[in-house]
Design a protein around this ligand. Structure first.
Ligand code: AMP
Ligand code: TRP
Length: 318
């Protein structure tokens, strides 16, 4: 089986953009690949979360992933910083990555713009190098992500190629795996992707209760783009028949916004009900969650050790 790797930052609750764009694929591909999933806490350190908040978010992200269907019996799930090798390989990669490649990354430009160039830390610049190390430490070939990560995966391929050219063929070609909804748009501003950084009204978290979901969807922007976004969301949570009927009504100019919004709220709430049930169960048993993470880190470490030993030898630091 080929190896699949993906990661998510512990920056708060997972939202339906994360789920439809990436995490649903993680769940669905567990039987087809040797899967390794990571809660990437080192990446989150490049933001400015408070330590207690980060610590809680690592736990919450793990619970969310388990609740939507990541199965620790099939896949490895672990906390990035608990495996030695990610930052080590990132350093080796830093030494072959042109600075120019990092400066042109869209995510870096956006984040450093937000920080108004004053608060930009080096971690934000190196972020995609660490991401390449996450993936290549496990020689992963498949990486299920949302569209916003394609540029980072292109850089991962560039880094692998540079390494292979300098030291001889070692790393595989990494390919992104996209879902049918690689870019879920914000409810509040459908010209932007759904994101935690756009504020509460932009997204539906998988932990949102029924009232919150109804309120957010009710307030969702209902211009042309907004309706298309809501219809697309409906197609993933609702029935094909009802979706088709609403698309037809929309084309005929007789789709009632209120009907679409009520229907969408209903199916999203219905979808999230069992997920939230599982979240509650895991929260009652934090010991189990930490055991899963420890077990995952042990399994990941074995693979990391094997590969890093070879890599160190290849570059001459064995
Ligand atoms: P993050 O929360 O930034 O760590 O993202 C975790 C995963 O969700 C990544 O693979 C992202 O590409 C994906 N993702 C985040 N936001 C969206 C969105 N609005 N639509 C589709 N995928 C997304
Ligand atoms: N940068 C990714 C994001 O923001 C998270 C991430 C870190 C990741 N390392 C990874 C995704 C490795 C895929 C593979 O979503």
């Amino acid at each position: 089986m080929k190896t699949l790797f993906s990661g998510i930052q512990p920056t708060g609750n997972i939202h339906i953009g994360n789920y439809l764009g990436a995490v649903k694929n993680w769940v669905d591909l567990q039987d087809k690949y040797a899967c390794i999933f990571s809660v990437v806490d080192y990446h989150a350190l490049s933001g400015n979360m408070k330590p207690e908040e980060l610590h809680q978010n690592i736990f919450d992200a793990t619970v969310d992933l388990l609740a939507v269907g990541i199965d620790p019996k099939k896949s490895i799930i672990f906390q990035q910083s608990k495996v030695i090798g990610h930052t080590e390989l990132a350093w080796i990669f830093n030494c072959i990555t042109p600075i120019g490649e990092l400066g042109r990354m869209t995510q870096f430009k956006e984040k450093s713009d937000q920080a108004n160039h004053q608060g930009t830390n080096t971690g934000l610049l190196m972020y995609p190098v660490l991401q390449a190390a996450d993936i290549l430490l496990y020689l992963a070939e498949a990486v299920p992500v949302g569209e916003d990560q394609l540029q980072h995966l292109e850089l991962t391929r560039i880094i692998a190629r540079k390494f292979n050219n300098k030291y001889g063929q070692f790393f595989p070609e990494t390919k992104p795996v996209l879902s049918p909804t690689p870019r879920v748009m914000s409810l509040h501003d459908p010209s932007k992707k759904m994101s935690k950084s756009l504020g509460d009204r932009s997204y539906i978290a998988i932990r949102d209760d029924a009232e919150t979901i109804k309120k957010k969807i009710k307030k969702a922007v209902a211009d042309d783009k907004g309706i298309k976004n809501l219809l697309e969301l409906y197609s993933y949570f609702g029935t094909t028949k009802k979706h088709q009927q609403m698309v037809n009504d929309y084309k005929a100019g007789k789709l009632m916004n209120s009907e679409l919004k009520e229907e969408l709220s209903r199916v999203v709430i219905k979808f999230l009900e069992p997920v939230q049930g599982k979240i509650k169960e895991y929260e009652k048993n934090p010991k189990k969650v930490y055991e899963i993470l420890e077990h995952g880190a042990r399994d990941a470490q074995k693979i990391a050790d094997k590969n890093l030993t070879k890599i160190n030898k290849i570059v001459g630091i064995n």
